[in-house]
Design a protein around this ligand. Structure first.
Ligand SMILES: [Zn+2]
Ligand SMILES: [Zn+2]
Length: 109
């Protein structure tokens, strides 16, 4: 009895190992999903104001993320939308505006 259950276990283990090795190639296929999960930052050619235009790291639109793209800073400063204390656009400064909610645009269907 005991021996039999052990061999069943071995069988299950072998099957598990086999299905594991089968999954390895399909993990490559799942790459787009993986990049989506890791998509903290929008691609460079993204449409500003779209759902994809979002910096997951800083929770602001990627096209307005001064932390990812410091080139944007002069434009914010020029419009007076700048918090010098925190080095952020005032419109993105949660330290000065704790109630501020920057909402990601909904996905276009
Ligand atoms: Zn960012
Ligand atoms: Zn501030």
């Amino acid at each position: 009895m005991k021996l039999r259950s052990i061999s069943v276990l071995i069988c299950v283990f072998a099957l598990g190992a086999a299905s594991c090795s089968k999954e390895a190639p399909s993990a490559g296929k799942a790459a787009p999903e993986q990049t989506q999960a890791n998509a903290a930052h929008a691609p460079a050619d993204v449409k500003p104001g779209s759902h994809e235009d979002w910096c997951g790291e800083h929770q602001v639109p990627e096209s307005q993320c001064t932390r990812c793209n410091p080139d944007l800073i002069p434009a914010f400063k020029a419009t007076g939308d700048w918090c010098a204390e925190h080095g952020l656009p005032e419109s993105q400064c949660l330290k000065c505006n704790p109630d501020l909610k920057i909402v990601r645009p909904p996905k276009e269907s």
